[in-house]
Ligand binder design. Structure first.
Ligand SMILES: [Zn+2]
Ligand SMILES: [Zn+2]
Length: 81
């Protein structure tokens, strides 16, 4: 399965690559909270590639901190708070 680079959009990176072969961006998106359960084991586990925020602890992800990802703006008039 190919991995799309979150920064440049190149699609020919493969699953075990760590860095984009086109722009050297880290392909995987990690939680920045070192105490998060994702970072608890011997190797850190990745957040979803499009996640700005870790869904486990609510901290920012590495892609978000490095400016690759921006929070989506969703206009949904039907949604009531
Ligand atoms: Zn790239
Ligand atoms: Zn986390």
């Amino acid at each position: 399965m190919n991995i799309i680079c979150a920064k440049c959009g190149v699609t020919n990176n493969v699953e075990n690559d760590s860095y984009c072969q086109n722009c050297s961006t880290l392909l995987e998106n990690y939680c920045t909270n070192l105490n998060c359960i994702l970072n608890d084991g011997e190797y850190p586990e990745t957040c979803g590639p499009a996640n700005c925020i870790c869904i486990w602890c609510g901290c920012e992800t590495t892609h978000y901190v490095s400016g690759i990802l921006k929070p989506q703006k969703i206009d949904n008039d039907e949604m009531e708070l």
